[in-house]
Design a protein around this ligand. Structure first.
Ligand code: GLY
Length: 371
């Protein structure tokens, strides 16, 4: 086994480690043990992840003599609901959890967000550990303490900032992911290069195949560098009053496409982000602030790995630009009635601004949707 690498998210008393390694789930108990009290552990997972990885984690806890029970929710975005949230809370409260019970979130972004929010509010707050099992959750959603569920009014509108005590990212579990989900997570990896690390983007252009095709040093390095970028940004701006908004590069556009598609799998979050990042670069090029060649380079790379880069590639959708802009107006990034956009001066040069040229944005959306 390779030696796991440890990174620190520096947040004063809420600081924690991210451990990245191959096959570290088999020793989950060893990593989690410092946070376990006699009240034991509640693992929150979903049905698909339970079938693949729960046995490994449970066996490790058994060997270490750690008391544990499991709550498994159905797989998929619909589990990030008020009804599921209430069910879990009532279930674990009835089972007699204590203030010192440790919640372990074992799964992708849905499980991490849901379990983290349960941990944030049960008995006014329990410690929790993230064991993300998708590339997207390993490089993004498990780090930074955003937890929550969806509302009828939109995604992630109900939630809390609640930092985990530890994140365990096992690069080997990604071999069990469908290729499409792996690629969707890769869009968030590429995002870190596009935000402020052009060298990382150069490196990804060379190593994407190794990262995606098998567990190995390149995949681990991609996860480590992504988590380091996220940790750096979160450490500077835990509650998104400034710099953290850069992590939303491509997301305002992406969320609009996701909202139009519903959340049933026609368009994955990472795919929407890939399309949105291209639009962000396209509109900034049209506004004369970013080189058009950078947009072309991003399109080439994302297309080469197999991600969609234009909304018109999503089959069965007839996009209405006014409806898309309507969704954007409801984005969480609205401040004082105005949308804050992540703009760019080119690869690795993202910044936030309200100064969007709406006509050029409309034209960029048209290019993405209708070519
Ligand atoms: N995924 C964006 C953030 O954590 O801020």
């Amino acid at each position: 086994m390779n030696t796991p690498e440890t990174l620190r998210v520096e947040l004063g008393p809420r600081s924690y480690d991210i451990v990245v390694g191959s096959n570290i789930l088999a020793d989950a108990a060893g990593f989690i043990a410092p946070f376990v009290k006699p009240a034991g552990v509640v693992i929150i997972t979903d049905a698909a992840v339970a079938a693949l990885h729960l046995g490994t984690v449970a066996a490790s806890l058994d060997r270490a003599g750690i008391v544990h029970r499991t709550v498994a929710v159905p797989s998929g975005e619909t589990s990030k609901s008020m009804a599921q949230f209430e069910d879990i809370l009532e279930n674990i409260l009835a089972a007699g959890i204590e203030r010192s019970t440790l919640i372990v979130a074992l799964g992708g972004g849905v499980v991490g967000d849901l379990a983290g929010f349960v941990a944030a509010v049960a008995l006014r707050g329990l410690d929790f550990v993230q064991i993300p099992t998708t590339l997207l959750s390993q490089v993004d959603s498990s780090v930074g303490g955003k937890t929550g569920i969806n509302s009828k009014s939109g995604k992630n509108l109900i939630g809390a900032f609640h930092q985990p005590r530890l994140v365990l990212a096992d690069s080997a579990v990604l071999d069990t992911l469908p290729r499409r989900e792996l690629l969707a997570g890769y869009a968030e990896v590429a995002k870190y290069g596009l935000i402020d690390d052009p060298d990382f983007f150069d490196w990804l252009e060379i190593h994407a195949t190794q990262i995606l095709d098998h567990d190995g040093p390149e995949r681990r390095e991609a996860i480590v560098r992504s988590c380091a970028a996220k940790a750096r940004i979160v450490s500077q701006d835990e509650r998104e009053s400034g710099k953290r908004a850069l992590l939303n590069l491509g997301h305002t556009f992406g969320h609009a496409f996701e909202a139009e598609c519903g959340y049933g799998g026609r368009l994955l979050h990472g795919e929407a982000v890939a399309i949105g990042m291209v639009i962000a670069h396209d509109v900034c090029a049209a506004m004369g602030m970013a080189p058009a060649g950078d947009k072309d380079r991003i399109v080439r790379h994302l297309r080469a790995v197999g991600l969609p880069v234009m909304a018109k590639e999503i089959s069965g959708m007839h996009w209405d630009i006014d409806r898309l802009i309507g969704h954007m107006a409801h984005d969480k990034k609205v401040q004082d009635g105005q949308l804050v956009f992540v703009m760019t001066r080119g690869i690795g040069k993202a910044f936030t601004s309200r100064a969007m040229d709406v006509e050029k944005m409309r034209a960029a959306l048209m290019r993405s949707c209708h070519g």
